[in-house]
Design a protein. Structure first.
Length: 182
């Protein structure tokens, strides 16, 4: 017999993971990524949703200097190791919570798949960035394109997942009240 978590626990998980993800995101934006941009005068890899070229990567890595590259690895990549999981858990819990009230929804299943994809691609992006930093100044063009592609696809999937959760939320609000009972 399969036991499912009560709806309130899924809601608590969504809110709790969402709060943790928000704190990490704010730290990245206001501290680590801001520091990287200040030190280098360049937009960090993480903040380039449309990707970057090998020339862009070389310009950023050169401008960071040894200390900036070490900072990127130690602080930004460390925080960005936690963030994808927290964002994915937030989205998955939110989709699951809505799904409890919208059984059989392909939109909910699609949202969960997108959420996992976002996290995986964010981790691929992070591995690519770390590999570029470690291999500096001998960064391969293929590595830059792989990391850049991960950034682009991650950005697109994240946007789709967030838009989908908003759409499902709107659909859920429009459900008749009788359908909302657990």
């Amino acid at each position: 017999m399969i036991h499912t978590l009560p709806s309130r626990y899924i809601g608590f998980a969504a809110v709790g993971c969402g709060l943790i993800a928000t704190v990490i995101y704010v730290l990245m934006i206001s501290v680590t990524l801001a520091h990287i941009e200040t030190v280098s005068g360049q937009v960090p890899f993480d903040m380039r949703p449309l990707g970057y070229s090998p020339k862009d990567a070389a310009t950023l890595l050169e401008a960071l200097g040894a200390e900036g590259r070490e900072y990127y690895l130690r602080y930004q990549i460390s925080l960005d190791t936690l963030y994808p999981a927290m964002l994915a858990l937030t989205l998955i819990a939110t989709f699951s919570w809505f799904g409890r009230h919208m059984s059989g929804s392909k939109l909910v299943r699609s949202g969960i798949i997108l959420s996992v994809g976002c996290a995986l691609l964010d981790y691929f992006e992070n591995i690519g960035i770390a590999a570029m930093i470690w291999s500096w100044p001998e960064v391969s063009i293929a590595l830059v394109y792989a990391a850049s592609t991960a950034t682009i696809v991650k950005s697109a999937l994240t946007t789709l997942a967030v838009l989908l959760v908003l759409l499902i939320g709107l659909l859920w609000v429009r459900l008749p009240k009788a359908d909302l009972c657990p």
